[in-house]
Design a binder for this molecule. Structure first.
Ligand SMILES: [Zn+2]
Length: 428
């Protein structure tokens, strides 16, 4: 019996913008080095990997070349923090955080016990991500196992790369969302078996305690064991608001500070991805750095809920990997260009400066590094999997600086034309 014939290579012509290749030894943070080509040829092999990303030359590729000029070919966006069951409550976020959760989020998340509703919104969720040019998402589901299964099915159907988890909560939350430890861990284990590594590796299961106030110590310890057993990514929230930090320590008085809770239950590691990290002490920053954990900066959400300003300089000073997250539904848009733009404003509020190149790298290669996929995706270079976009820029935009500034700050002038994951067209 012969193996199925691999698809033949495909070639695309356009401008090209990508984070520059990492140094050969893989050392160091991605920084803000980008590579720009005014007229490039991108060749994708039958296995979905980039074969060539180089200046265009006639005859460089034997087959047909799809000419997408003046579109820019760039790596797909990575949304490292987004809540699937909050798709329909975008715009409801009137802070502060804890009151918004009680008033808007928890009642909405309870609706996901209805299988039909979960399936419907899962389709909306993946459609919105693709239309925004997001090719990889790191997702919180609700605490309902069937809804999480619906989410994975929708991610698979859409062809997205996704890391998603069942949101764990066994205390201090409405009864409809509260799932006791043993039941929640059994459901998570079942979802690991069903989905972790599915879609030829495009899908991963993540251990997802909502945050320390709504999780018992025993639940977090069991979750940490499950993560260690399967090498799973861990995602949670930390230090978004002072009141949340106080609630966390009220529930877990044995800890010296907020980060110490996750540390002592075994959740803080090089596989941990922590959202927000606004109100952290120097000791907590140092512990995050020492553990090799990553931070997800969600500035649009932080502005909308009035949660405060994440200090990017603290992360930079300690080489803590940073990704960007839309944090929908507290964030106002699935479009990572909104997050990049808000990150610029956030830095400005702190008297800090962040360049468009740095924002672009953070939303692509930097995020890939933060979630453990830095060698697989995040840039367009031979050997990487071809997760990429064609974004149509106005004809009058020329050169690296103008391209970056339009990509990051002017989404309405830069329409997303095509989205590819592992070389396969997934949008439109
Ligand atoms: Zn969140």
């Amino acid at each position: 019996m012969s193996a199925p014939r691999p698809e033949s290579p495909r070639a695309y012509r356009g401008r090209l913008l990508t984070p520059a290749a990492a140094p050969a030894d893989g050392a160091g943070s991605p920084g803000a080095e980008v590579r720009y080509l005014d007229d490039a040829l991108l060749v994708v092999g039958g296995d979905g990997r980039v074969v060539r990303a180089a200046p265009f030359a006639p005859g460089a590729f034997a087959g047909p070349v799809l000419d997408l000029r003046p579109a820019v070919l760039m790596p797909g966006f990575i949304d490292a923090h987004v809540h699937f069951p909050q798709t329909r409550v975008i715009g409801s976020a009137s802070g502060p955080l804890l009151q918004w959760l009680e008033r808007s989020v928890f009642p909405e998340e309870a609706r996901f016990r209805d299988d039909g509703y979960a399936a419907l919104v899962a389709g909306e969720f993946t459609g919105r991500l693709l239309a925004s040019g997001t090719t990889t998402c790191v997702v919180f589901s609700s605490s309902d196992a069937a809804a999480t299964d619906r989410l994975f099915r929708a991610l698979q159907r859409a062809g997205l790369r996704g890391i998603a988890g069942l949101t764990l909560m066994d205390q201090r939350c409405p009864a409809e969302l509260c799932v006791p430890r043993d039941e929640a861990i059994a459901a998570a284990r079942d979802l690991v078996q069903r989905w972790h590594g599915e879609g030829s590796g495009l899908l991963e299961f993540a251990i997802t305690p909502r945050f320390a106030p709504t999780c018992s110590r025993a639940l977090m310890e069991a979750a940490a064991r499950l993560a260690a057993d399967h090498g799973l990514l861990v995602q949670t929230h930390v230090a978004e608001t002072p009141a949340e930090g106080e609630a966390a320590l009220r529930e877990h008085p044995w800890a010296r500070d907020y980060i110490d809770i996750y540390d002592r239950v075994g959740l803080l590691s090089g596989r941990a991805v922590l959202a927000h990290g606004i109100h952290l002490s120097p000791r907590e920053w140092d512990r995050i750095a020492a553990a090799g954990a990553a931070l997800v900066h969600c500035p649009d959400s932080n502005f909308f809920l009035g949660s405060g300003r994440m200090r990017l300089a603290e992360a930079r000073a300690r080489a803590v990997p940073v990704a960007l997250g839309s944090d929908v539904g507290a964030g106002r848009s699935f479009d990572m260009r909104r997050s990049m733009s808000s990150a610029f404003d956030n830095a400005l509020c702190l008297g800090d400066r962040v360049t468009p190149a740095e924002l672009f790298v953070t939303a692509t290669q930097g995020a890939a590094d933060a979630i453990g996929l830095g060698r697989v995706i995040g840039s367009l270079e031979p050997g990487k999997e071809a997760d990429f976009l064609a974004i149509r820029l106005p004809e009058y935009v020329h050169g690296e600086a103008e391209t970056l500034q339009h990509l990051v700050f002017a989404p309405e002038a830069a329409a997303i034309q095509r989205v590819f994951v592992r070389g396969k067209l997934v949008y439109p």
